[in-house]
Design a protein around this ligand. Sequence first.
Ligand code: AMP
Ligand code: ZN
Ligand code: FE
Ligand code: FE
Length: 284
Amino acid sequence: MGYVDLHLHTTASDGVMTPSGIVRYAKSKGLQAIAITDHDTIEGLDEGLSEGEKVGFEVIPGVEISAEHFPGSMHLLGYFFDIHHPLLKGKLDYLQKARADRNPKIIENLNRLGVKIRYEEVVKASGGGQVGRPHFAQVLIEKGYVRSFQEAFERFLKKGAPAYVDKLRFKPKEAISFIEEAGGVTILAHPKTLGMNGSSALEKIVLDLMEIGLKGIEIFYPEHTPMEMAQFKTMAERYGLLMTGGTDYHGIEKEELDIGVGRGEMRLPYSLVEALKAARNHSP
Ligand code: AMP
Ligand code: ZN
Ligand code: FE
Ligand code: FE
């Protein structure tokens, strides 16, 4: 049995590889299956799934939805939903419309700060998919305003920085219900970023999410320390939650990280996929 990667981004959101490109890349790396989990969009799935069929490689439909949460960020991963489900599609389209309002405001803020970049340049950097802050960062680097992604976010783009504009997010309950309605399974992505202080605060959030349909947690993740992974695993075992993992490979900002292996340490068995399949609501 081979290995899998259940958290990947493409040009449909803020990754650099096209959906078909990432499928071919995963296959060339000897993986057995991948999930494409773009931020707030499923627009890359048609292409990714067709490429999988064409080259004989298993591609799992996925999405990573940002949900309202304080103080950190909550990302919910959906898997194995019906990619043509009108509710899920409609709700994600609505987020795209909200981004279309947000992005020009970020440009206005940057221009006001003396940063002369145009929206067309950012659209070009996005490679044709959804436009987000990483694409603004890319243009800021290209034009010499900053030297790195980190600097772009620190000085301009991160929450609280002068060019930041908030993004529309669904409530966790809404995001989970859209995924469930479409026949999918919802997993809490990288629990570390929730920014909870201590394991009991995290446990409370997880229990609340379970009440509204959460099925598992993403345990294996490059930014999780071995201690955090052990902690999340204990929690998953205690509550009978599914365990998943993935590299969150984007190809841009973290170039030392690769598909399937992360920083070299990840080996995720196909049994994670079998457990997810067993948990889905119906065959898509
Ligand atoms: P957006 O969805 O447009 O708000 O962009 C969110 C994306 O920006 C995340 O998925 C990250 O890839 C990236 N990002 C957010 N905050 C930071 C940060 N402080 N440093 C680097 N990248 C970040
Ligand atoms: Zn991203
Ligand atoms: Fe995420
Ligand atoms: Fe991600």
